[in-house]
Design a binder for this molecule. Structure first.
Ligand code: MN
Ligand code: MN
Length: 279
């Protein structure tokens, strides 16, 4: 069945430039469970789109993309680090489909000298959640420990506990709220990101960063979110500097299909933009 791999991902690993990997981790979901079914849902939706991206002049059919399938997970930290490490060591760009947000810190550890741009409704800055330091509610905290607070930028934030609010101040973690994005607009947002993150960038898209009207199928929906157009524009601008990306927290049991579809589109758009920037 063709939906077994992401649309247009028909290159073998050795000849590919972009490697798609499903990481169906679903252990710490706190509100709605179901992220374990996500990679399959995103792959299915990926067939809905034209291979040609008209406003980039790129046909994804001509781009060497490989889909590794889903990662068997025994020890999440080791397995994700090992798999992403092998992709990066082979000189390819990893594109991960979660699974819950806890996969991002493990993936980021592979890169040296990278800044991490996170789209998320939540600050994810708890030191631990329900006794679990690797909970998805702690993703940004673990990322900033893996690199440093100055190199992590959450965007689209609109849910912060008092503890997270205080800790972000103490640690010097800056973030841009969804309200601020609406106020300053995409152009200014891009300028800010360019100033704060001048080098290589890893992008982590927690789909709940997007407004629930566009992305209803997430584990922890939060109103007043980002317009997906903002994320598209930011990714298109940053694409030449993006060395890895993940799309996490799509929750198929609560989705009407639009969230998985948007996740697939963002992945296709990123590949198209990076490819266009190298022509
Ligand atoms: Mn979130
Ligand atoms: Mn998150």
């Amino acid at each position: 069945m063709k939906e077994a791999s992401f649309a247009d991902a028909d290159a073998v690993f050795s000849y590919s430039k972009y490697v798609i990997l499903g990481i169906p981790l679903d252990v710490s979901g706190t509100h709605r469970r179901g992220t374990g079914k996500t990679p399959k849902a995103i792959r299915q939706e990926s067939y809905n789109f034209e291979t040609f991206i008209y406003d980039l002049g790129i046909d994804l059919d001509d781009v060497p993309i490989h889909d590794m399938g889903d990662l068997p997970i025994d020890n999440p930290r080791f397995d994700v680090f090992d798999a992403v490490g092998k992709i990066v060591a082979a000189g390819k760009v990893p594109i991960l489909m979660g699974g819950e947000h806890s996969i991002t810190p493990y993936a980021v550890e592979v890169f040296s000298d990278v800044s991490v741009l996170v789209f998320d409704a939540h600050l994810d800055y708890r030191d631990e959640y329900e006794g679990d330091k690797n909970s998805h509610a702690c993703a940004t905290r673990r990322i900033d420990e893996a690199i440093s607070p100055e190199k992590v930028l959450p965007v689209g934030v609109r849910s912060i506990s008092k503890e997270e609010y205080d800790d972000a101040k103490i640690h010097g973690l800056e973030y841009i709220t969804a309200d601020q994005v609406r106020k300053i607009g995409t152009k200014k947002l891009i300028k800010l990101i360019d100033e704060m993150m001048p080098g290589k960038i890893y992008v982590s898209i927690d789909m709940d960063g997007i407004d629930p009207s566009y992305a209803p199928g997430v584990g922890t929906p939060e109103p007043y979110g980002l317009d997906p157009q903002v994320i598209k524009d930011v990714i298109r601008h940053l694409a030449p500097r993006i060395v890895g990306m993940d799309v996490v927290e799509v929750c198929p049991p609560y989705d009407n299909g639009n969230t998985a579809s948007l996740a697939a589109k963002l992945i296709r758009d990123f590949i198209g933009a990076k490819e266009a920037s190298e022509k």
